[in-house]
Design a protein around this ligand. Structure first.
Ligand SMILES: CC(C)(COP(=O)(O)OP(=O)(O)OC[C@H]1O[C@@H](n2cnc3c(N)ncnc32)[C@H](O)[C@@H]1OP(=O)(O)O)[C@@H](O)C(=O)NCCC(=O)NCCS
Length: 159
């Protein structure tokens, strides 16, 4: 049995290790991810970032996701981060997180979830994952992250 709950202070290092362990992110990106976790932990009432973990029965953190409303929009949310612990990939944890986030967004009145990723080959797995969960590639911004490294923007309608 697994459950999904808000990140707690005690999860901090496990979340960092999980994100680092995927080898999908550069060190500064891991730092940015942790800034969102810390911002949420420091101000429990803030509404900008909503970091959640999927935990297994023994407390092992198996997946992480963070989403938040885009303040410039009426009902659009961004999925800022999603990652599954490397040795738990392929077990449905990522899909469970997206289903959970979609439900959270729906409960908050959101209509659309936006997911951004890089066109680089290291993100190929992620792009297949987004296809499988029903997200649609809506735009690509050439050379956004770096020369030859485009930003891909996926949309997932929330029902
Ligand atoms: C992307 C990621 C979150 C997927 O998590 P996961 O827990 O392994 O995914 P799931 O087991 O829930 O898989 C969901 C679907 O995606 C598919 N999928 C996942 N990884 C895949 C792969 N490498 N190749 C093809 N399909 C894949 C699964 O087959 C499954 O399809 P199905 O349910 O229709 O059978 C995980 O690979 C990850 O953490 N990657 C590194 C971090 C990252 O890139 N995050 C996104 C940028 S913020």
């Amino acid at each position: 049995m697994t459950r999904i709950r808000p990140v707690e202070k005690e999860d901090r290092e496990a979340v960092r290790a999980l994100i680092e362990g995927t080898n999908a992110f550069k060190p500064f990106e891991v730092d940015v991810a942790m800034e969102l976790v810390d911002a949420a932990l420091a101000s429990p009432d803030q509404e900008e970032y909503h970091p959640f973990v999927l935990v297994e029965e023994d407390g092992t953190v198996g997946a992480y996701a963070c989403f938040g409303k885009n303040p410039m929009t009426k009902a659009t949310y961004d999925l800022y981060w999603i990652a599954t612990r490397t040795d738990r990939m392929g077990k449905g944890y990522g899909r469970a997180m997206v289903t959970f986030v979609s439900e959270q967004v729906r409960l908050r009145g959101g209509k659309l979830l936006v997911i951004e990723t890089s066109s680089q080959e290291s993100y190929g797995t992620t792009r297949r994952f987004y296809d499988r969960i029903g997200a649609t590639l809506a735009a690509s911004l050439p050379d956004y992250y770096d020369e030859g490294d485009d930003k891909l923007i996926y949309l997932l309608p929330v029902r």
